[in-house]
Design a protein around this ligand. Sequence first.
Ligand SMILES: Nc1ncnc2c1ncn2[C@@H]1O[C@H](COP(=O)(O)OP(=O)(O)OP(=O)(O)O)[C@@H](O)[C@H]1O
Ligand SMILES: [Mg+2]
Length: 360
Amino acid sequence: MDVNGGFTLSEYILRNGPNSQPCGRHWADNIEAVLLELKNLSVEFPASPRPLLAVRDISFAIGKGEVLGLVGESGSGKSVTSLAIMRLLPPQAIVRGEVRFASNNAPQNLLSLSPEQMRLLRGSRISMIFQEPMTALNPVMRVGEQVAEAVRAHNRISKRESLERAIESLREVAIPDPERRARDYPHQLSGGMRQRVMIAMAIVNRPELLIADEPTTALDVTIQAQILDLLADLRQKFGLTMLFISHDLAVVSKVADRVAVMYAGSLIELGSKEDIFRAPAHPYTRGLLKAAPTLKTERDHPLRTIEGTVPSLQSVPAGCAFEPRCELSIAACAASLPALAEISPGHWARCPVTNPAAAL
Ligand SMILES: Nc1ncnc2c1ncn2[C@@H]1O[C@H](COP(=O)(O)OP(=O)(O)OP(=O)(O)O)[C@@H](O)[C@H]1O
Ligand SMILES: [Mg+2]
């Protein structure tokens, strides 16, 4: 075990067996200490006339203390992936694969835990923040009491002590005058303050992993920047590991160390922030970056768009789901799903044209 309390690569392979290196290198090879690993995760919802395949065979790993940005347009399966990790999908969802979480250095597959074991992890070792805090907060309960309740759900302490911890947590997320604010109801707070309360609730039990699903999307840009700064501070202070979900590439480029790109339920590219933003390899990632406005974008030149539409998740093509919209497609793209193959250390792409290794 390394000093960080995670796994060294050799220990990791020993625990996971030789199959953790399926074809030479593995997606976790560049990660020193893996905290979370998704292995061939798929999620299907029963639907008529065909089931809806929301997440299709996704694999990636997050190292301890790292921020992985998960990007993709609306409906690409980002939230379903995070809810599968948290085991918060509705009961009809069919979830396959593994979600390995190395909490307190004891790796376990979250998908095979009992509901009670999962309840103990949720809100303590793993917590989640959402886009709209109003839907997650109880409108008729004072915010301090709500954070205190989260403390009591995982610790046997008195009401008074839990309220003290809640106020401390409100202070950690830079809510001014936290003793007084703790007595407010959610509607008395601004959107930015409510999101801070959500974050206070998420970190109060010192989780190892924080899943943030579009945490700043509902906020205006100045407040958004403040919340991103706060998350960066908390990461430094508590060594938080984060799965940061956003459709906004600019936001992801600010917070993430590595980026995973999803398209129609598939993971199509994975790499360091520099790989993805400076040398994107998948035609979809390249299209996304060209479609994002920058300071250099001229108003009289329209932004590039990607022609065509995302396929229905009830009839995802057998091959690459982006193939019908791709200017570079060849016959192999439609025949079968290209492999996610490595281009350079730690940079993976699922494209047999720009990355010929994916055709193997
Ligand atoms: N409970 C459910 N039952 C059936 N289909 C669902 C359910 N939840 C999600 N889906 C479908 O799964 C697909 C992926 O949805 P998901 O919410 O993960 O997208 P997303 O990438 O988070 O998009 P957004 O950026 O809009 O939040 C969508 O087609 C959605 O309609
Ligand atoms: Mg979502």
